[in-house]
Design a protein around this ligand. Structure first.
Ligand code: SAM
Length: 189
């Protein structure tokens, strides 16, 4: 079994759009407790690399020595710089299952979720190789269509889906950006 039920969502997303392949380098944002890391490590195999980031400490995943974890806040530039250093080059997939601490006030939680999704998108644009894929969780609400349109400009296409494993969490959906259109250009490259 996996250390989180969320693992099955990534399995479904990957079955739908094939975002994880042998040998890939994958960055997973909001990775604790680590279910997605386990699924990604299985998919990329021993020649792949998986980097997980979270505010929370991620307990070591002993079966997979391809996983590296970073504890930090993805809204801070220094955390994003650590992720870029750890990747050591362009990556094949950026995944984000980041979610805010729920206040219970939907409009606030939704706005925070969109802010995290936009941070993940910025990170994806910094890291992803041409043809790379992006998976991001968002909560339904205002500005989501605008966010989707922004993602669509950077990828061949975007698919929106609500995996069966998350249907009880009604307002949650994922965008899958397939095939980044241009190579990342970073200062200093
Ligand atoms: N995909 C994970 C798994 O399979 O185990 C579950 C992720 S959980 C739904 C969402 C995570 O996002 C939480 O662990 C939370 O700490 C993290 N998170 C929220 N805001 C964050 C931020 N600013 N930077 C990094 N991680 C963040």
């Amino acid at each position: 079994g996996y250390r989180s039920r969320a693992a099955y969502k990534l399995k479904q997303l990957d079955e739908l759009e094939n975002v994880l392949s042998r040998g890939d380098t994958v960055v997973d944002l909001g990775a604790a407790p680590g279910g997605w890391l386990e699924v990604a490590a299985e998919a990329v195999g021993p020649d792949g690399q998986v980097i997980g980031v979270d505010l929370q400490r991620i307990k070591d995943i002993e079966d997979h020595d391809t996983i590296e974890t970073i504890r930090g806040d993805m809204t801070e530039e220094r955390t994003r710089d650590r992720v870029i250093d750890a990747a050591g080059g362009e990556v094949d997939a950026v995944l984000s299952d980041m979610a805010p601490n729920m206040s219970g006030e939907y409009s606030l939680d939704q706005a925070r979720s969109l802010h995290l999704a936009r941070q993940a998108f910025e990170t994806a644009l910094e890291l992803l190789d041409t043809d790379g894929d992006f998976v991001v969780k968002i909560f339904e609400g205002p500005d989501v269509d605008e966010f989707r349109a922004d993602v669509e400009e950077e990828f061949q296409y975007v698919r929106a889906t609500s995996p069966k494993a998350s249907r009880d969490e009604s307002s949650e959906l994922y965008f899958i950006g397939k095939g980044r259109l241009t190579a990342s250009v970073r200062p200093g490259d």
